[in-house]
Design a protein. Structure first.
Ligand code: ASP
Length: 316
């Protein structure tokens, strides 16, 4: 596999292989020195044209833990601010001969374009409202850890499906792993024809108690040019996941960042049913596994033995 642009690039066996490898990297993350030499001497460029906390920091950490040289470029403060086009920026950064370019852009299809302009492997870290494949992989990883398997599980994705790249990638990935998916939200926030992805569509939370997993989505204000709901208060009254709506035993997921008091009530965000912190933790090992798959795939991970303590440390 050369690029990861969409979950459609992956069969179930590919997802399982990547996530098994991510689990082997979890052992590295537990060490004091969290590094393996796998990508030593190779360069990973992170190119972020849109706001990001979790995705950018975890891709950076993932590449560093694999010992790659990492260059992180954000549109703000770079020559993109001066009007340099995506193509020119990619060609400029390609002069460093990167092994991989990780790209986030507000434009649908940006990662696919970058893949045409460079010889590097390209990872889509979110292209507009289209796809966010590594988010879906880390969510499947988190669920496999909690549930063992997704086969036959019912997953409800609730909220602003229309503007969410997470919704599309996750519907595809959850279904590929054997789950049944229902998307739910106000009709104005569900894209027409979304059922063609194979999921069900609901406009009320009436069926929510039957779900094994409730996956809440953020209201994506930055992509809204008009009002899609009468008010956030009215939206929350009908769709907010709170203690009364989350049944005991259900898992609660959210990709972050959370709008507290809008899609989630404070009492469920910090409850043991929420996997939000586990999802962030999974982000590092899953992205290590994705970089490994693209840049070193086909070989067993070189998980080096933990270094022996230095005499001074041993004496301490
Ligand atoms: N962090 C996710 C994304 O970049 C979800 C969100 O922003 O709501 O799509």
């Amino acid at each position: 596999m050369r690029h990861l642009l969409s979950i459609d690039d992956l069969e179930r066996a590919d997802i399982e292989r990547i996530l098994d490898r991510a689990a082997s990297f979890a052992e590295v993350s537990g060490r004091e020195i969290k590094k393996v030499p796998t990508l030593r001497g190779r360069t990973v460029v992170n190119l972020f044209y849109e706001a990001s906390t979790r995705t950018s920091s975890s891709f950076e950490l993932a590449a560093k833990r694999l010992s790659a040289d990492v260059v992180s470029v954000r549109s703000v403060g770079s020559s993109v601010d001066k009007g340099e086009s995506l193509k020119d920026t990619v060609q400029t950064l390609s002069a460093y001969d990167p092994a991989a370019i990780v790209i986030r852009s507000p434009h649908v299809g940006a990662a696919e374009l970058v893949a045409r302009w460079t010889t590097a492997s390209v990872v889509n870290a979110g292209d507009g409202k289209h796809e966010h494949p590594t988010q879906a992989l880390l969510d499947v990883y988190t669920l496999r850890q909690r549930l063992g398997s997704l086969d036959g599980k019912s997953i409800w994705i609730v909220g602003d499906v229309l503007h969410s790249r997470v919704a599309r990638s996750n519907v595809l990935a959850f279904q590929r792993m054997g789950a049944r998916v229902t998307v739910c939200g106000p009709p104005t926030l569900i894209p027409r024809g979304f059922e063609s992805l194979g999921c069900e569509v609901a406009y009320t939370l009436d069926g929510l108690p039957a779900a094994d997993v409730v996956y809440a989505l953020r209201m994506q204000h930055e992509r809204m040019q008009e009002a899609f709901v009468p008010s956030l208060r009215e939206y929350a009254a009908v769709y907010q996941i709170d203690r009364g709506r989350l049944r005991p035993g259900q898992l609660l997921m959210h990709p972050g960042p959370v709008n507290r008091g809008v899609e989630l009530a404070a009492d469920v965000i910090d409850s043991p049913q929420a996997t939000i912190v586990a999802q962030v933790e999974a982000g590092v090992v899953v992205r290590m596994a994705v970089l490994f798959e693209l840049l070193a795939g086909g070989h067993a991970p070189e998980v080096a033995a933990a270094p022996a303590p230095q005499p001074a440390e041993a004496a301490a």
